[in-house]
Design a protein around this ligand. Structure first.
Ligand code: PAF
Length: 283
């Protein structure tokens, strides 16, 4: 496995890979890798001749400086894991390498990027599009892998790929969960053991709501999740939205769409840590 810190060295190596007619898989990450990321890397390694994993905590997608500062970082541990997973290249640029000039580009894909995370984290998806479009330009992947935990992020990236005509296949990959049901997230590292147990309620409520939804309306199902979680000390729901899985617009009735997903963001614990998760009701 080779580790690159500059776009020039990365691109030279990738030119060689492409010259041999090989396919390239890209797994963009912000590091602090866990089994969720590992599942993306494994899939890419299985489907491509060469897998590139980027490890970069992208400052432009953080709207809260404290969140950026607290974001876990451990490149050495990440590289150990990536070597075991048989990734070929790791790309870990500095901020000034990734952004030699301030990035003034504006990406806007309403209504997909204006709801849920987009409404609560101004500039977040713009920052995601800035770095992901740069990675796509540098790596020119055949396929790019994203986890479905960030459900809205995939929809935004899909809109950008269409808009800018990137010639690649997007590969959404299923959420990986602990045995307890907790969705794996780098942010889980910020939870105390007790908070981690409290956080398990998020996936439990979502899972139970799928059965509940069979006999109840969208509004009742929404209330079922929110009331249950807000009643637990240490949890506070920021939003729960039951949406069409393609347009990400709220649905009022289960008959409105064949693809319906519930997306949640919950604050957990004393710090507090902002956790996201989602569940599929239809589709
Ligand atoms: O999902 C993430 O970890 C980040 O948003 C991404 C896609 C690596 C861009 O920084």
């Amino acid at each position: 496995m080779r580790v690159f810190n500059t776009t020039k060295a990365l691109q030279e190596a990738l030119d060689g890979v492409r010259a041999e007619g090989k396919t390239i898989g890209l797994v963009p990450t912000m590091g602090a890798l866990h089994a969720g990321h590992a599942s993306l890397v494994e899939r890419s390694v299985g489907e491509n001749d060469c897998t590139v994993v980027s490890v970069f905590v992208n400052p432009t997608q953080f709207n809260d400086p404290k969140d950026l500062q607290n974001y876990p970082r451990d490149l050495e541990a990440d590289c150990d894991l990536l070597a075991r997973l048989k990734a070929d290249f790791v790309f870990a640029p500095t901020v000034s390498e990734a952004y030699p000039e301030p990035d003034t580009r504006q990406f806007s894909y309403p209504p997909i990027d204006t709801v849920m995370e987009g409404a609560r984290r101004p500039g977040h998806f713009n920052g995601v599009c800035q770095i992901v479009s740069k990675l796509f330009d540098w790596v020119k992947p055949t396929r790019a892998y994203f986890g479905e935990k960030d459900f809205q992020q995939i929809a935004v990236v899909r809109a950008m790929v269409r808009d800018l005509g990137f010639p690649l296949e997007l590969r959404p990959c299923p959420i990986v969960r602990e045995e307890s049901g907790l969705a794996l997230s780098s942010r889980n590292e910020l939870l105390t053991p007790a908070e981690r147990e409290t956080a398990v309620n998020i996936s439990r409520a979502l899972r139970e709501s799928v059965d509940f939804a069979r006999e109840h309306t969208v509004e009742e199902t929404h209330r079922f999740v929110v009331d249950q979680l807000n009643a637990i000390e240490g949890l506070e729901v920021e939003y729960y939205e039951i949406v069409d899985g393609t347009s990400l617009q709220p649905v009022a009735d289960w008959a409105e769409s064949d693809y319906i997903v519930g997306c949640i963001t919950v604050y957990c614990g004393a710090r507090p840590v902002r956790l996201i998760d989602n569940v599929k009701y239809k589709g």
